[in-house]
Design a protein. Structure first.
Ligand SMILES: [Zn+2]
Length: 454
């Protein structure tokens, strides 16, 4: 049995050069949504592959029509099981002085035991944590084999991931996948994700004529596309409660059960912390059951932006000829994204027959994790070892595009080991990651590898 002290000693021995590697990978601006960063994406893949080789693994970079995917394997005993850990190494855009960033997002800084830069927590820090744990597991002669899948298109919805996965399939010996790209509920309470929502995004455009009109000459008789768009939105969703009004959509999923809501209530979700971490002034609901149901177990209909009309200084009494709303729907396990889109389209066209509704890039299917297995119990035990507290089950309202393809293509169970904290600013300004999450994460992984080897 491996002791905490043995792991702690190896962490101390390696910490300084690990942080140098962490800095090197975080400072590469691997922003997947901006084509100008394509060379940085390629550099990140090459550097990541060298990290795996450096600790005695083999690695391969699979190219796709889009960005590459890094795969690696550390073989400790060919007869033992293999755990494959998924992370992504691309990041969200960030610019100093913009959207609240008062640091240079691609300069790695350390203050006390906190690391700052874009990607420190989402998701390069958790990726490095798993890698370092694998290094320790090898050193301690733990027999479990460890693989890595590091994607570089997660932040843009994983459009080419399947192409890489088909190339990985003949090589991988994974018996299960661990996804490490999720967030705890509070700093005191580790969480294990049991489901993720899916996503469809689309644009609704209403065009009513060939040019802008004078509101004095035509107003009253002419249709106003912005107002019709507002009507369409109100026809689809109650703006105050967020309840979706799309006909028959409620037939496509099960409303959260009493038992599930009991779990959510026990999860340690704190309304005050949630509001503070996300800088929310007032929520739609004031109790944990309704809030967690809304963010984890119910679909949403959101409007992200409306384009149209005059928005410059002063007034211009014009009736625009066209307007577009960018919307999306988060979907819960059980919902088929194609069916949900068809229902939304039909509902909108019933209200406004000449609206044009176009799906925006890919769809992400919702996902339900495997629960009540021996592996689940071992992960819980490992997290308890690493952080001194058993995780609670929680759901995740967001989406990770790679999960459903991995579970369907590799035909193995998918589990979650998230390490990030809400205050680490996922996708937000001044992103950070704390050493205590890295250290606890390493201990948890090493323990899990040990528990699996038996
Ligand atoms: Zn992420």
């Amino acid at each position: 049995m491996i002791t905490e002290n043995q792991i702690q000693q190896l962490i101390q021995d390696n910490k300084n050069h690990w942080i140098k590697d962490y800095k090197a990978i975080v400072e590469l601006p691997s922003v997947s949504s901006q084509p100008v960063h394509k060379p940085d994406i390629e550099k990140t893949a090459r550097l990541a592959a060298t990290f795996i080789e450096k600790i005695g693994g083999t690695s391969k970079i699979f190219t796709t029509k889009g960005n590459p995917v890094v795969w690696g394997r550390i073989e400790n005993n060919p007869l033992s099981p293999t755990i494959c850990i998924y992370n992504h190494l691309d990041v969200q855009p960030a610019e100093k002085g913009q959207n609240g960033w008062n640091r240079d997002p691609f300069v790695f800084t350390q203050e006390d035991n906190k690391f700052y830069a874009r990607g420190t927590t989402d998701d390069k820090g958790p990726a490095m944590t798993a890698l370092w744990a694998a290094q320790i597991a090898k050193k301690l002669q733990i027999q479990t084999n460890i693989e890595f899948i590091w994607e570089l298109e997660e932040e843009i919805g994983s459009p080419n991931f399947q192409e890489a996965l088909d190339q990985i399939k003949p090589l991988t010996k994974a018996n299960s996948i661990i996804v490490s790209d999720t967030v705890w509920l509070t700093p005191e309470q580790p969480a294990m994700t049991i489901s993720m929502r899916g996503l469809i995004a689309f644009e609704i455009t209403v065009t009513t004529g060939g040019k802008d009109l004078h509101s004095g000459l035509c107003g009253g008789a002419a249709r106003n596309p912005i107002m019709e768009l507002a009507g369409i939105i109100e026809h689809c969703v109650d703006p105050v409660t967020g309840s979706i009004k799309i006909k028959d959509l409620d037939q496509t999923y099960n409303a959260p059960s009493k038992e599930l809501l009991d779990e959510f209530e026990k999860s340690g979700f704190s309304i005050a912390y949630f509001k503070e971490a996300h800088k929310i002034q007032k929520l739609r609901f004031d109790n944990v059951r309704d809030i967690t149901a809304a963010i984890w177990a119910k679909p949403t209909f959101e409007v992200h932006g409306i384009v149209g009309g005059y928005t410059g200084p002063g007034n211009k009494t014009v009736i625009p000829n066209t307007a577009t709303a960018k919307v999306s729907m988060r979907l819960v396990p059980g919902q088929d994204p194609t069916k949900a889109f068809e229902l939304a389209k039909k509902h909108i066209l019933n209200y406004c027959s000449d609206a044009v509704i176009e799906m925006d890039h890919g769809i992400l299917k919702p996902f339900k994790a495997t629960t009540n297995t021996i592996e689940n119990e071992k992960i819980k035990q490992a997290i308890d070892f690493g952080f001194g507290k058993k995780p609670v089950f929680a759901a995740e309202g967001g989406s990770i595009g790679a999960i459903v393809p991995m579970s369907e293509t590799l035909e193995v169970p998918v589990y979650f080991m998230g390490l990030s904290l809400p205050e680490d600013s996922y996708h937000g300004p001044n992103e950070s990651f704390q050493w205590r999450q890295i250290e606890g994460g390493i201990k948890s992984y090493v323990k899990y590898f040990e528990l699996i080897s038996k």
